[in-house]
Write a protein that binds this ligand. Structure first.
Ligand SMILES: C[S@@+](CC[C@H](N)C(=O)[O-])C[C@H]1O[C@@H](n2cnc3c(N)ncnc32)[C@H](O)[C@@H]1O
Length: 350
């Protein structure tokens, strides 16, 4: 049986068969295990007209931005937009995890348009959403990550790695549509930097650009290294030059008196919280109770989220940890959004 996403891919042919054909044949070829040797379209990266952007500049509140967030998790994308002074006209979220959906509803109510399973997001559903200015998403990384020795990779249709192609499909549809309508359209795709080189190269080939590698530790006291593929006008140089001068101290993010940071920087957080133990030491020393894990409220602050953001309507602790382990830190996304703000024409936004 074909991957459900393929049904939707094929429907896109109706929209503009010519523009889709080469990319689609490659996708189909790979998923079905046969090689279709067609060149991929190379998308030009943005130019360098973004140099003057101040990441912390919230003076310009942008409106009318229309956003789709695939694999939206707990909508950290929407938190980042708001923190960056971008109040979207419409924020459409594709997510299927029931706990994530509860957290989304709890924090954002009806500000989010729910799209459901990305595999059901066909061209007619996309068409109904009208103009989209920004597409973002980070598909599940468990089947791509080197950490998982039983990973299924990018092309196994029984795994989650193949969901990358759903992002590609939606991105190509929206890009194609925006070109027909002669307007700007931006996107970024995030995933773990701990993936096989060949997986990185394949994703780069399909998306038409190399990723930039960013680590959360330049913004917040936590290691979290990720790849970001994007058509936003970012470069390693831009990101390096516009880095914040000072990183927040772990100590300043601890809640309650008597808690002392035992580490400068937290190791990468995964769903297994024991990873927060470095060299056998817990990250915090609590005067009353001795060595201590980070509280969830403290971790939320490290990720740039409001305290109790993941609490939702009685979300179990284990689920809150899982959500944090896979979510974006908003500091990094804010940095990418700074380049989005610079790239869109302010005069048409406010
Ligand atoms: C790496 S997480 C993304 C987290 C998100 N960026 C955040 O900051 O919270 C991947 C998400 O994809 C979701 N997902 C998996 N399959 C999906 C599907 N078929 N349609 C939509 N979302 C899906 C998972 O539930 C998970 O929340």
């Amino acid at each position: 049986m074909p991957h459900p996403g393929l049904t939707a891919v094929c429907k896109n042919f109706r929209y503009n068969p010519d523009a889709f054909s080469s990319q689609l044949l490659l996708i189909l070829g790979h998923i079905h295990g046969c090689v279709v040797n067609l060149p991929l379209v190379q998308f030009p990266r943005g130019t360098s007209s973004f140099q003057a952007v101040n990441v912390n500049d919230k003076s310009m509140v942008m409106k009318r931005t229309r956003v789709i967030s695939l694999f939206d998790g707990i909508s950290t994308g929407l938190v980042s937009l708001n923190q960056s002074g971008i109040i979207p006209d419409i924020y459409c979220s594709s997510e299927i995890d029931q706990y994530c959906l509860k957290v989304q509803r709890f924090n954002h109510g009806d500000k989010i348009v729910q799209l459901g399973d990305v595999r059901d997001l066909d061209s007619s559903a996309l068409k109904q959403l009208g103009q989209i200015d920004l597409l973002m998403g980070g598909s599940p990384c468990n089947d791509l990550s080197l950490v998982n020795h039983r990973r299924k990779g990018l092309f196994d249709t029984t795994g989650t790695g193949v969901l990358f192609f759903e992002f590609l499909r939606v991105m190509l549809y929206l890009k194609n549509k925006s070109e027909w309508e002669q307007r700007q359209f931006f996107w970024f795709f995030e995933n773990t930097s701990k993936m096989e080189m060949k997986t990185k190269e394949t994703i780069s080939r399909y998306l038409g650009c190399e990723p930039v590698k960013l680590c959360s530790s330049v913004y917040t006291p936590m290691k979290r290294q990720r790849y970001y593929w994007t058509n936003l006008p970012v470069s390693e140089q831009f990101l390096t030059e516009s880095m914040p001068n000072e990183v927040m101290e772990l100590q300043d993010l601890l809640c309650g008196s008597g808690r002392t940071a035992a580490l400068k920087c937290l190791p990468t957080m995964t769903s297994n919280l024991t990873n927060m133990v470095k060299g056998g030491h817990l990250p915090v020393y609590d005067g009353n109770d001795g060595p201590s894990h980070m509280y969830l409220s403290e971790l939320e602050k490290v990720f740039g989220l409001p305290v109790n953001y993941t609490a939702g309507p009685n979300t179990p602790l284990a689920e809150r940890k899982k959500q944090l382990a896979k979510c974006w830190d908003t500091h990094t996304i804010n940095h990418l959004l700074a380049s989005f703000k610079s790239a869109v024409s302010f005069s048409t936004q406010v």
